[in-house]
Ligand binder design. Structure first.
Ligand SMILES: Cc1ncc(COP(=O)(O)O)c(C=O)c1O
Length: 383
């Protein structure tokens, strides 16, 4: 285990937990590499993989995950914004980086300087990129995004030829890929099939325009897992790297805290803000040091469970900013200092980000990305 995230330097370490901070996200980087291998096993050997590490590696830690993927031989890294890419380059990551989201025009010079590739979803984005590349005297790699049905970003498919004609006369704009994004590959097949078919028609059009060797990429994790026809030349999995989206993938992150107080409440006593929980029996109540300020969803108030002493212990009352109350009555072995697992395994029990998401009306992505900066990331399984 190492506390290698620089944001940790300001976080005091609690005694009595093997030197670990009380509230921590334990990230098994070896599991990231194994998940990459399991995703690769679904692909043709020549299909390239861009590992998506945006939003702080989906809450797991941007730099640590990217470094581990780089060591595992990933072909590229996907980030949302230039700032994330700059953090990776600053940490010594040399793997190609693709900036997925628009809004980078003001940072075009940085894009060129750091040799980033960017997704172009509107031709107006080409001008500042081209100007910065010409000033620097070296071309910038761009991936043209075509909208095949996501309805969010991308050129309308009929405009592809216009874009390609523009690139023919632009020595400082290097076409590095043509891409699209799937809208619902994790939910249904018919529309995804339409998107795949629409995307496949781009290949002959690229060839006709003299860009036949340009890699095509469409698939996110669900595309990789459920739609082999969506693999094309390159894929862009994010969620799957972190262990969600297919049963053979292993969750990488354990979110845990500890019990900091144990109290006995009489039947009829109420717990916490708004008095939303009333003890129906004499209750052994534990206070754990995690709250919505750490990313524990407030919507788990009076709903969710934490694992303590191998038991599922219900959250009672409201999740607070820093503290949460749980019912330890049926976990007699629990005591001050006991580890309380929010996401992860303990004994024979397991809570996944999917379970938390189902209880709070969201998706595992949001549960993972919401784990706050105050939670120390503790890394194991690095290179
Ligand atoms: C353009 C793009 N590609 C790939 C991904 C990765 O998706 P997933 O995490 O579902 O694999 C994302 C994430 O939202 C994305 O925006």
């Amino acid at each position: 285990m190492s506390l290698s995230d620089p944001t940790l330097t300001a976080i005091p370490v609690d005694a009595g937990q093997g030197g670990l901070p009380a509230t921590r996200a334990v990230v098994d980087l070896a599991a990231v590499a194994r998940n990459l291998g399991r995703l690769r096993a679904r692909l043709a050997p020549t299909t390239r993989v861009v590992g998506v590490v945006k939003a702080g590696g989906y809450g797991h830690g941007l730099v640590a995950v990217a470094r581990r993927l780089e060591a595992a031989g990933v072909d590229g890294l996907g980030v949302a914004v230039v700032e994330e890419a700059a953090a990776l380059r600053g940490a010594g990551v040399t793997t190609p980086i693709l900036v997925l989201s628009p809004g980078y025009e003001a940072a075009a010079a940085v894009v060129v300087e750091l040799a980033l590739e960017v997704v172009v979803s509107d031709l107006a984005e080409l001008d500042p990129l081209e100007a910065a590349a010409r000033r620097a005297g070296r071309p910038v790699g761009i991936h043209l995004k075509v909208d095949t049905g996501m309805g969010r970003l991308g050129l309308d498919a009929p405009h592809l030829e216009t874009a390609l004609a523009r690139l023919h006369h632009a020595p400082y704009l290097r076409l590095a890929g043509v891409m699209s994004h799937l809208a619902c590959a994790d939910e249904e097949g018919a529309f995804t099939g339409e998107q795949i078919d629409a995307f496949a028609t781009l290949r002959p059009r690229l060839a006709a325009a003299g860009f036949g060797a340009i890699p095509l990429h469409l698939a996110n994790t669900a595309g990789v897992v459920h739609f082999p026809a969506a693999h094309f030349d390159m894929v862009r999995p994010g969620l799957g790297l972190y262990g969600y989206g297919a049963v053979d993938l292993e969750p990488v992150l354990t979110l845990e805290t500890r019990v900091v107080r144990v109290r006995h409440l009489a039947a009829g006593a109420t717990v916490g803000y708004g008095r939303t929980f009333r003890c129906g029996r004499p209750t052994r109540m534990g206070v754990v040091r995690i709250g919505y300020g750490d990313g524990l969803p407030r919507a788990l108030s009076n709903r969710g469970c934490l694992l303590v002493a191998g038991r599922r212990c219900p959250i009672i009352g409201r999740v607070n900013m820093d503290l949460t109350c749980i019912d330890l009555t049926d976990a007699p072995a629990a005591a001050v200092g006991s580890v309380a697992v929010v996401i992860g395994r303990q004994g024979g029990e397991r809570i996944t980000a999917d379970e938390v998401a189902a209880q709070t009306g969201t998706i595992a992505y949001e549960v993972l990305c919401s784990i706050g900066p105050r939670v120390a990331r503790v890394y194991g399984g690095g290179e």
